[in-house]
Design a protein around this ligand. Structure first.
Ligand SMILES: [Zn+2]
Length: 297
């Protein structure tokens, strides 16, 4: 497959909806930017992929923030996405290394630990709604399904996966969501369960092997027919800039800025994308002038 995409569609004659997303390049960029260990890449990659799936139902410039607040060694995983297919995220401890599970898979649940999943939606009117649920497994997909059921009363099935190669690069990443729509019958729910039951390979492997989104959907849905309503591109994208981080330095106040000026320069790192911004003495003096002039108003 050439590039990351998110497709939205229906099946079972419109009685169920699905969202399929390929995030291989997006997760690889996150891994490279943050120098993530394999288990950290898997945890953040799954969360970023789930974020894009949840964000796919947002409008305009609305966004959704997902936080895995677990007591495991990652010490928290955060991801923010919007309806434009842009996502960014980070883990608190990017170099966590844990033994593989007996089945050879990365132990994401142990890395995340026990705790909560918080989902915050920022709406167009500026309001933010946050729902919090206890983590049921720490494997991310099950936790998001639990959130959708308990906080939003939407029954769902979700697959999220990241395949990390021995050389640490991300060979495949993606996600798949299925939800019955109003009007769905008992037999439709059974049909969705049957689809899940016949998927024997992890979604990350399916993404890695697929040459196109249609190819991936064929692997997931077998011979079942489906309709595609929307196709969007997906990418790692951060909202930071030197001017935004300058604003955060201004908010530290004149005294802090004076300290940085005496050191001659300051480097500010964006949590979300690990971009480094260098502020020279001249930059810092200009920021301090802004503090002083705003205080004088
Ligand atoms: Zn950034």
């Amino acid at each position: 497959m050439q590039q990351d995409e998110l497709w939205i569609g229906t099946m079972l004659e419109g009685r169920a909806r699905w969202v399929a997303v390929r995030t291989t390049d997006t997760v690889e960029e996150a891994r490279r930017r943050h120098e993530l260990s394999p288990v950290a890449a898997a945890a953040l990659g799954r969360l970023m992929t789930g974020t894009l799936i949840l964000a796919s139902s947002l409008k305009g410039d609305e966004s959704v923030t997902l936080r895995l607040l677990g007591d495991g060694p990652l010490q928290g995983v955060v991801s923010v996405g919007n309806a434009l297919g842009e996502v960014r995220g980070y883990v608190r401890e990017p170099w966590v290394d844990l033994p593989l599970k007996p089945n050879g898979k990365l132990d994401v649940a142990a890395a995340v630990g026990a705790g909560e999943l918080a989902v915050s939606r920022s709406l167009q009117n500026g309001e933010v709604y946050t729902g919090t649920v206890p983590l049921v497994s720490g494997e991310v997909a099950e936790d998001l399904v639990h959130y959708l059921l308990t906080s939003e009363q939407i029954p769902s099935a979700m697959l999220l996966g990241v395949l990390v190669e021995k050389d640490y690069h991300v060979a495949g990443a993606g996600g798949f969501l299925m939800q019955p729509l109003p009007g769905a019958q008992e037999e439709d729910i059974q049909a969705l369960e049957d689809i899940l039951g016949q998927i024997k390979v992890g979604i990350s492997e399916l993404v890695a092997e697929s040459h196109s989104m249609d190819d991936l959907l064929g692997s997931l849905l077998g011979s079942l027919s489906y309709q595609v309503l929307e196709r969007r591109s997906v990418r790692f994208s951060c909202t930071c800039s030197k001017s935004r981080l300058g604003d955060s330095l201004v908010s530290l106040g004149a005294e802090e800025l004076e300290g940085l000026i005496s050191e001659g320069k300051a480097e500010v790192i964006c949590h979300f994308c690990n971009e480094h911004y260098l502020f020279s003495k001249v930059d810092l003096e200009a920021l301090k002038d802004r503090v002083v002039s705003s205080a004088g108003k």
